[in-house]
Design a protein around this ligand. Structure first.
Ligand code: COA
Length: 413
């Protein structure tokens, strides 16, 4: 490059602190939001999301090659005073929901919280008030970000769920808040979802843990945990046949957004895909009867977060005749033993549709606590349905009384 052409290029560089003047929206008092640009690679350590920091060249090629393939919207949080990238927001969508994940460089200390709060607020107002979306969620606000929480609440967003100790810190665990922003016009039309009472069934009482048993003689095939009546084993290809058959015979549309049609090949592909992800973030087991090895349901931990040592638990008994008989609860305790004692998780979270009172009752029976609601997550009758949120901490589960093997059958049912 000649000196002359270099000078011309330098001259073209905008004066630091003037970048926001080219924007008419997503500009706040301290920061502004804009799409990712090539030169942002230089500041990747400040704004790129994820636990592993990347080199400038790796971020540059991610911006160049991979970012355009992403469905999610990535915006850089830029400091207004000098146009330096200091963090980022990622917005993903699922059905009518927008989910926003934010990061701010922790090396900037407390001032970073003011920048992040301003960025979240602009994103919520833009996504909901301007785009007329009905709801947006901030995925994760750790308890130590009190400034962010206060500012979000002051603009009309609300902490919808608080999961205790679900966020790992340098010295232990802190609470994780989910923050939700509702479209005010839709609240006017549909009413306030927080005012809808959570329907309940069952006793609401936790029961003693049905712990794994020691097996005399041979083990059931490929068993990972064995209880008094059921055992867990990894899912296998042949299980897809049963799932397809029982999906056709489903009689209860209330526990999901209606019934599903399943196909054998897509299920087989899905089982295979779960095991291939590195690191694996969804571990799902078949639940089988000890008396005849019949495959009656599945339980698993999904969204495993190895940093925060948490996951979402899930269960699904495809065989209708084996629901409401305590098999789900017995299988879940075997799963907890695996999740807490083998994977080393610290907490489990669960989301259940309001209409699925049995699943919520089963969670309470297993020791989970109610920790909030996630409003309007899915379409419902003439509107949208809320989900209840639940959590179980490893230490609390360990402290629960254990059922004797003789009592386990009675307690389960
Ligand atoms: C959710 C599921 C795994 C629970 O396992 P389960 O073996 O049926 O649960 P349990 O029998 O141990 O406990 C059921 C609880 O609900 C109550 N219950 C039973 N049948 C019910 C019904 N039809 N409606 C409402 N509550 C019911 C029971 O009284 C019990 O609570 P209690 O003992 O405190 O009184 C199982 O029912 C299932 O697979 N359902 C379909 C799929 C599903 O809903 N998955 C979860 C999605 S979030």
């Amino acid at each position: 490059m000649t000196d002359e052409s270099k000078d011309t290029k330098d001259e073209k560089k905008p004066e630091p602190g003037t970048g926001h003047l080219k924007h008419s929206f997503l500009v706040g008092e301290l920061v502004y939001l804009r799409s990712v640009e090539k030169d942002d690679a230089e500041y990747g350590a400040s704004w790129r999301q994820g636990m592993i920091p990347r080199s400038v060249s790796a971020t540059a090629s991610w911006i160049e090659d991979d970012l355009k393939e992403e469905d999610d919207l990535h915006l850089v949080i830029v400091r207004k005073s000098d146009d330096r990238p200091v963090g980022s927001l990622k917005r993903s969508t699922w059905r009518h929901n927008a989910w926003i994940a934010g990061t701010i460089d922790p090396l900037f200390g407390e001032q970073g919280q003011h920048w992040l709060a301003e960025a979240y607020i602009m994103m919520l107002q833009w996504s909901v008030d301007e785009h007329h979306r009905i709801i947006a969620h901030i995925e994760e606000v750790p308890d130590s970000q009190q400034i962010v929480l206060e500012k979000l609440q002051a603009m009309g967003a609300r902490v919808s769920s608080t999961f205790r100790e679900a966020h790992r810190t340098a010295t232990g665990f802190e609470d994780w808040h989910m923050v939700t922003y509702l479209n005010k016009d839709w609240v006017g039309t549909l009413g306030d979802p927080y005012a809808v009472e959570k329907p309940r069934s069952g006793t609401g009482e936790p029961r003693p843990v049905i712990a794994p048993v020691t097996v005399e003689g041979d083990l059931p095939p490929n068993a990972v945990r064995v209880g008094p009546r059921v055992y867990l084993r990894p899912l296998q290809k042949a299980d897809a046949v049963d799932l397809v058959e029982w999906a056709r015979r489903e009689t209860e549309p209330f526990w999901s957004s209606g019934r599903s049609v399943m196909t054998q090949t897509s299920l087989e592909r899905w089982f295979e895909k779960l095991g291939k992800k590195e690191p694996q973030t969804w571990v799902r087991f078949a639940v089988c009867l000890r008396e005849n090895d019949e495959f009656i349901g599945a339980v698993g931990v999904d969204g495993i977060d190895y940093k925060h040592r948490r996951a979402e638990s899930e269960s699904e008994f495809h065989h209708v005749g084996y629901r409401s008989k305590g098999y789900g609860t017995e299988a879940k305790h075997l799963l907890f033993d695996y999740a807490f004692n083998t994977l080393g998780l610290h907490s489990l979270q669960s989301w259940v549709m309001y209409t699925n009172t049995r699943s919520a009752a089963a969670l309470r029976k297993q020791g989970y606590r109610d920790v909030g609601i996630e409003p309007w997550l899915v379409q419902g009758k003439g509107g949208y349905d809320n989900f209840g949120t639940y959590e179980l901490l490893a230490d609390e589960w360990r402290a629960m009384p254990r059922a004797s093997v003789e009592d386990a059958g009675d307690l389960a049912g």
